[in-house]
Design a protein around this ligand. Structure first.
Ligand SMILES: Cc1cc2nc3c(=O)[nH]c(=O)nc-3n(C[C@H](O)[C@H](O)[C@H](O)COP(=O)(O)OP(=O)(O)OC[C@H]3O[C@@H](n4cnc5c(N)ncnc54)[C@H](O)[C@@H]3O)c2cc1C
Ligand code: SF4
Length: 486
């Protein structure tokens, strides 16, 4: 283990961030490295618990005490080997994961958790810098051909695993470049796209073919793809955005979060021409939705020099500490401040938008009412409007960041007859198989809008299940938390 008394001697030190004023002037990543000496101390805080609850918290089953111990001993290469056994892309989770492992860390019962997420970033960046991350094409090919639809984290993880098992993998992506929400949703200040390009180049060198700009369904068709390949992996995400159904929605100045973020990502990395309708510069901005997507919109609006930004959440603010019914090691439902919220803007809670008002077709005002949670004995909690609590906000740009309702499935159902769940996601069994033989599904498309770490975990497990189906005997791919066989 690290240092037996490490967690007593050393407090948790989060990774430093760039100065707020400086980082608002550009789009570069804002989190800085801990550095090897501090990383060693932070890894040394890990107690190597007899029952490491962090494993349970991590959807990938990462071998957390093992890589912490290796970092504490200065064995960085070993740490990378341990980490990459269970995590296909630690450079993504090390930057972007909300770290359910840290919420479940035993230290978090009464003190600060081990800095597990940052450790993943320190280890993976060290590995890239030292040249330890190399293309590893499979030693032999099976002769089986697999198509993956979608190149977000789920599609990338599934493709990497299926390729490692020796299958010949082609990834179909409708966008101009691969990466899914990693490229077009998440802003550069959280993930610089060079990090994504570096990984995709490795995957290409391993033999995976990316066919970008191909919207399966609109072009080739799902049925043709299924007939052409031995297996079909669906990883199309869940991009259908929740709508705001109020009078005035049609006004100019009301945009969906993904249109807003995608535009900025194209401007930053692809040199696209800025579109004034999707720019916050000089505008009074309101973001509806208090979650991560809303927070990314806030950081984007601040960098675009908005006159003001308010992030509005429908639900009341959560408590500052865990409520009684929300004990460790469950995910803590507490008030959080994201790096974007730290940078500026206002936050408002318990506000329900009633209508939008405009002049000459342009959005000018948002009318909202305060709500509160009422609990009747035995009944489910419900939101109730507070009489006389109307509030009017001046607004030029309203960004809708109220979540996603599921994947686009029209063509999929029409051409393949794939069954859907009652929530409108692609229905899969415990082995990620859809209702159509040889067609598997992973990530947000089957799970509903979720997290990168779940997309990776599903992608890996779905690849294992497909490999088993293709080979007919046993899979060479590992399951959750298990060592690789290759
Ligand atoms: C703004 C934003 C910020 C987020 N930030 C975080 C974060 O910080 N941390 C975190 O853990 N999670 C975050 N998430 C959630 C996370 O990004 C998703 O859970 C994850 O990307 C899902 O991966 P996926 O591969 O299933 O889908 P996606 O990433 O959505 O990828 C699906 C891909 O499939 C392609 N596709 C769809 N249909 C077709 C078709 N017919 N033909 C070809 N290609 C197709 C799409 O173009 C897309 O590239 C965020 C989400 C958003 C929207
Ligand atoms: S639960 Fe926390 S302290 Fe225990 S092994 Fe996991 S990371 Fe280390």
């Amino acid at each position: 283990m690290g240092k037996p008394t490490g967690f007593v001697e050393w407090p948790r030190v989060p990774a430093p961030k760039r100065d707020k004023a400086e980082r608002l002037e550009d789009w570069r990543e804002l989190v800085l490295p801990l550095g090897p000496e501090e990383a060693k101390r932070q890894a040394g805080r890990c107690m190597d618990c007899g029952i490491p609850f962090c494993h349970q918290g991590c959807p990938l089953g990462n071998l957390i005490p093992d890589f912490n111990d290796a970092v504490y001993r200065g064995q960085w290469k070993e740490a990378y080997q341990v980490l990459s056994r269970t995590n296909t892309f630690p450079e993504f989770t090390g930057r972007l994961c909300p770290a359910p492992c840290e919420a479940a860390c035993v230290l978090a019962i009464d003190r600060d958790a081990v800095t597990i997420e940052q450790m993943e970033k320190e280890i993976s960046e060290r590995a890239f810098a030292e040249g330890w991350v190399k293309p590893r094409p499979p030693a032999r090919r099976t002769g089986k051909r697999v198509a993956v639809v979608g190149s977000g984290p789920a599609g990338l993880a599934a493709a990497a695993q299926l390729n490692a098992a020796g299958h010949t993998v082609t990834v179909y992506e409708k966008d101009a470049r691969a990466g899914g929400l990693l490229r077009y949703g998440i802003p550069d200040f959280k993930l610089e796209k060079a990090v994504l390009d570096r990984r995709i180049a490795l995957m290409e060198a391993e033999g995976i073919v990316f066919r970008v700009g191909e919207d399966v369904g609109a072009t080739k068709g799902f049925r043709a793809l299924r007939e052409q390949y031995d297996g079909l992996m669906l990883a199309m995400g869940a991009r259908r955005a929740r709508e705001l159904d109020v009078p005035g929605r049609e006004l100019s100045g009301v945009v969906q979060a993904m249109d807003y973020l995608e535009h900025q990502n194209r401007v930053v990395t692809a040199g696209a021409t800025p579109d004034a309708r999707l720019e916050a510069t000089g505008k009074r901005v309101i973001i509806l939705g208090g979650g991560d997507t809303g927070s990314d919109c806030l950081g984007t609006a601040l960098r675009q020099d908005a006159a003001s930004v308010t992030q509005v959440e429908l639900m009341p603010a959560p408590p500052s500490v865990r409520a009684q019914g929300n004990p460790w090691p469950r995910w803590p439902l507490v008030f959080r401040t994201s790096s974007s919220q730290e940078e500026g803007g206002e936050r408002a809670f318990a506000l329900l938008t009633k209508r939008l008002e405009g002049e000459d077709g342009q959005l000018k005002r948002l009318h909202a009412v305060h709500v509160e949670v009422q609990r009747e004995p035995g009944g489910a909690p419900k939101l109730v409007e507070v009489p006389g609590s109307e509030q009017v906000f001046d607004v030029d740009l309203l960004v809708l960041a109220m979540g996603f309702t599921g994947p686009e499935t029209g063509k999929l159902e029409e051409e393949l007859g794939v069954a859907l769940s009652p929530r409108g996601t692609v229905k899969v069994d415990a082995k990620f198989a859809t209702s159509v033989p040889g067609v598997y599904c992973a990530g947000d498309a089957s799970r509903g809008a979720s997290l990168i770490v779940w997309a990776l975990a599903d992608g890996r497990e779905a690849a294992r299940a497909m490999d088993l189906w293709l080979s007919g005997t046993s899979s060479v791919l590992p399951t959750r938390g298990q060592d690789c066989a290759f």
